[in-house]
Design a protein around this ligand. Structure first.
Ligand code: SF4
Length: 350
């Protein structure tokens, strides 16, 4: 369990973390990236942590990977790279760094370790899990293989290393339909997200897509009625849904896409008002780069992602605790599933 008081006592002995408007003002270049969504008062609280982490990053030769669902002070304040889990893990293989700090959830840190086995990967809170990743184990994959003999298993990257290792190939929400369509078999098993699988089944009718019944606790909360009500109360708002939402929700939206697909859509289209039907921080993290777009609520927060805080990142980097290890044999097999996806995506030109 996390010992927050002990962690705080340790940090306060080594760092001056008192809120500082002066320090905050001296770091206005960083603040400018989040000024629409973070108040000056909050920035004065965050600034000492951001400075301490950024200094320590240099000493440790570390890079920080910030998922799109991180809060803005993490995403814009300390992250060297921002993006979805796979973009981040691939980016980490391309940089000369000894340490990777994963600001995201545990399966993402595992993916980074699988792709960068020689780097130290730190997870600021080991309890940052994921309802999707936890919904299936390698035994679940074997059960699906028994139910559908000969069918290939396509697993979403939101899975543990063990599940990736037991699968034939991985997919992301942006390439899932093409990866499924490219399989030789008529029946294709998709795990663990039932809604992503159902959305793919609609887009790839030539395949018999069967799925595991996992779901994301953030995206499954939306209902089609929520979208209809919102459209009625806020005419002119563009509704943009992530494909981890149920298909009837996606059907009510004006556009559906992965996190990178959503960012591209809003950046290209610049709607006057947009509602992102996904995790709350997505809109916050792109608000300052798109001042012409008004992002409107409601949104749902991922409790796992929100376990990562500046304080925990500083502690992990200071003490080098929270190191993520993946069994070498499991990592080799899991890497193969990820690599097959990367190779197939390149071959398909996506
Ligand atoms: S948003 Fe959903 S898929 Fe992403 S980490 Fe949270 S629970 Fe998992």
């Amino acid at each position: 369990m996390f010992d927050l008081p002990a962690q705080r006592a340790h940090l306060s002995e080594k760092y001056d973390l008192t809120p500082s408007p002066e320090l905050a003002a001296s770091m206005s270049d960083i603040y400018d990236r989040m000024s629409r969504v973070v108040s000056p008062v909050d920035w004065a609280i965050y600034a000492p942590y951001v400075k301490a982490i950024n200094d320590l990053k240099v000493q440790r030769n570390a890079v920080i990977l910030g998922h799109n669902y991180m809060t803005p002070e993490i995403y814009h304040g300390i992250s060297d790279f921002g993006g979805d889990s796979l973009q981040l893990a691939i980016k980490a293989t391309e940089v000369e760094a000894d340490v990777i700090v994963q600001c995201g959830v545990h399966f993402m840190a595992e993916t980074s370790k699988i792709l960068s086995p020689d780097k130290t990967v730190l997870m600021p809170d080991m309890e940052a899990g994921c309802s999707l990743a936890e919904s299936i184990t390698a035994e679940g994959i074997e059960e699906m293989r028994r139910r559908y003999p000969g069918a290939p298993v396509v697993s979403y990257v939101n899975t543990t290393a063990e599940v990736k290792a037991a699968s034939d190939i991985c997919c992301t929400s942006s390439n899932a339909a093409q990866i499924v369509a490219a399989q030789d078999s008529h029946t294709v098993i998709m795990t663990p997200d039932q809604y992503l699988a159902q959305n793919v089944a609609r887009d790839v009718p030539q395949k018999n897509v069967v799925w595991w019944e996992g779901s994301c606790i953030v995206h499954e909360q939306y209902s089609p009625q929520d979208l209809r009500d919102f459209r009625e109360w806020n005419p002119g708002t563009r509704l943009i849904a992530h494909p981890e939402c149920p298909p009837d929700v996606v059907a009510e939206a004006d556009f559906s896409g992965s996190t990178s697909g959503i960012i591209k859509y809003v950046t290209d289209e610049k709607p006057e008002k947009a509602l992102l039907i996904t995790e709350c921080s997505m809109a916050s993290n792109i608000a300052d780069s798109l001042p012409e777009v008004e992002f409107v609520g409601p949104c749902n927060m991922c409790p796992y992602m929100k376990k990562i805080t500046l304080e925990k990142v500083l502690f992990a980097l200071d003490t080098m605790t929270g190191q993520v290890e993946v069994d070498a044999e499991v990592a080799d097999k899991a890497r193969l599933s990820v690599q097959r996806m990367i190779d197939l995506s390149r071959q398909l030109g996506i």
